[in-house]
Design a protein around this ligand. Structure first.
Ligand code: FCB
Length: 476
């Protein structure tokens, strides 16, 4: 292979003994049992039951029925050889209305999950918030209401007290970009609001929840080895060749998508250009004195979710706009103050989501994080691909997913060779599940789920991943 142009299709690359290979899921996407054992409704229950919001009217009511199949799913993880499992806790199972006393049955489920993982030698990585806000809090403004950040801290404290002696790594938020901009800006995610001002208010209250939640967890957890993190879907943003407007478009999207979170969390300030770009939308009065100190807490690991890249330029208002931003048709924009940035179709190949496959983007992202935050360890908390898989005679031959995983693991390995402190890789996803606004139409699992029988079938990629973990090297 030519040194300068890697194809990322390597095999045989070895990973260090302490590198943690696992897989990831999220509560609403797999659990089902939405009305059981005292769980209250979340914004995703309301949203998915609202006609027109989710493809084919799919909901998470049953999902993978993981709530009732916990033990057999744990056995499956063990058979596949996973070393870690990144799951999320459904806040409305713990506090049906988002505040007040905890629901012992909800806690018991996650306690059983954590014990089941430990009994099988799998490290628990717990995310506190993967988008399923208690509906009762949304009824009072959700993430546009500052009180939600305080309620989140209270919930975090309860979870720290209950599971803090056993969880290896805590993540406060998963992809606050999606919660804020897709939930309150473009409206393609719950709660489906389309307001730039609401989206930016949500950005800040999510950042505040992260800071307050971290403090609350640390207060409640006595276990010294515990690690604390947040997971971001940082955008890898490219320009159009020879287009003079691209640098400006890149700067704007970098401010909204990336620095709006890394700024306060890791540097203790919102970027000046972000404030300026969004001046017509909000004066940022919701940022109160002292907030940035609360948000800017040390974390042990930054979780990185990576799927693909975006390419941008400024729209001149005359020529037709290129394409959407890869997040579906929307009534609102996920880019407050920068709605004239144009997202250009990128070269393929693509996954079933229409997302371009670009392992070089992952390498670039990891290297740029090392450059910006040299002492911060990283973990890939999501990476994976949707393809329309089918079970044929008991097997799922998902060669394209194996190819995707191989190339992205090669990219991760290349970054590590160049000095990136990367601690692990959690493939998205353990099993096919409810893919938000796309319902069950997109299959990301390394395990296939038959949505009629709920039967699980390990895909070829799942077997391949197991071989990788056993050998600690990328297989043929
Ligand atoms: C991420 C989400 C995850 C899943 C993947 C495909 O944005 O965190 O729940 O939907 O995308």
């Amino acid at each position: 292979m030519n040194e300068g142009t890697p194809d990322y299709r390597d095999s045989g690359l070895e990973f260090p003994a302490d590198f943690v290979f696992g897989s990831a899921t999220a509560a609403y996407q797999i659990e089902g049992a939405v009305r059981q054992d005292g769980r209250g409704p979340s914004i995703w229950d309301t949203f998915s039951h609202t006609p027109g919001r989710v493809l084919h009217g799919h909901t998470g009511d049953v999902a993978d029925d993981h709530y009732h199949r916990l033990d057999s799913d744990l056995d499956l993880m063990k058979r596949m050889g996973l070393e870690s499992y990144r799951f999320s806790i459904a806040w409305p199972r713990i506090q049906a209305l988002g505040s007040g006393a905890v629901n012992p049955k909800g806690l018991a489920f996650y306690s059983r999950l954590v014990d089941g993982l430990l009994a099988r030698g799998i490290a628990p990585i717990a995310t506190l918030y993967h988008w399923d806000l208690p509906q009762a809090l949304e009824d009072r403004g959700g993430w546009t209401n500052r009180d939600t950040s305080h309620r989140f801290a209270e919930y975090a404290h309860h979870m720290g007290e209950a599971l803090g002696d056993r969880v290896a790594m805590w993540t406060t938020l998963n992809e606050p970009w999606c919660s804020a901009y897709l939930g309150y800006g473009s409206g393609v995610h719950a709660p489906g609001i389309t307001s730039g001002r609401a989206a930016l208010t949500a950005v800040h209250h999510l950042n505040l929840a992260h800071g307050l939640g971290l403090s609350a967890l640390r207060d409640a957890v006595a276990r010294p080895a515990t690690q604390y993190s947040a997971t971001l879907n940082l955008h890898v943003i490219r320009g159009v060749e020879d287009d003079e407007s691209s640098p400006e478009a890149i700067r704007r999207i970098d401010a909204l998508a990336n620095r709006a979170f890394t700024g306060p969390m890791l540097r203790g300030a919102y970027p000046d250009d972000l404030i300026a770009d969004t001046a017509s939308v909000t004066d940022w009065r919701f940022v109160r004195p002292g907030d940035l100190e609360l948000i800017n807490q040390p974390i042990d690991v930054l979780g990185v979710n990576y799927y693909s890249t975006v390419t941008v330029r400024m729209w001149d208002g005359r020529t037709p706009r290129a394409t959407a931003d890869g997040h579906g048709e929307a009534a609102g924009s996920p880019w407050p103050g920068s709605t004239t940035v144009d997202f250009v179709q990128q070269p393929g190949p693509y996954t079933d989501m229409g997302w371009n496959i670009a392992p070089d983007g992952l390498e670039e992202l990891l290297l740029s994080l090392r450059e910006k935050f040299p002492t911060l360890p990283l973990m890939i908390t999501e990476n994976g691909a949707a393809f329309p898989d089918e079970v044929v005679e008991g097997r799922v031959h998902d060669e394209r997913r194996i190819d995707y995983l191989r190339r992205h693991l090669t990219a991760a390995h290349r970054a590590m060779q160049q000095g990136v402190d990367l601690r692990g890789y959690q493939v998205w996803s353990l099993m096919d599940n409810f893919e938000w606004a796309y319902g069950y139409t997109k299959r990301f699992g390394i395990v296939h789920v038959d949505y009629d029988s709920l039967e699980r079938t390990v895909k070829d990629s799942g077997h391949w991943y197991g071989e990788l973990i056993r050998g600690r090297r990328i297989p043929e």
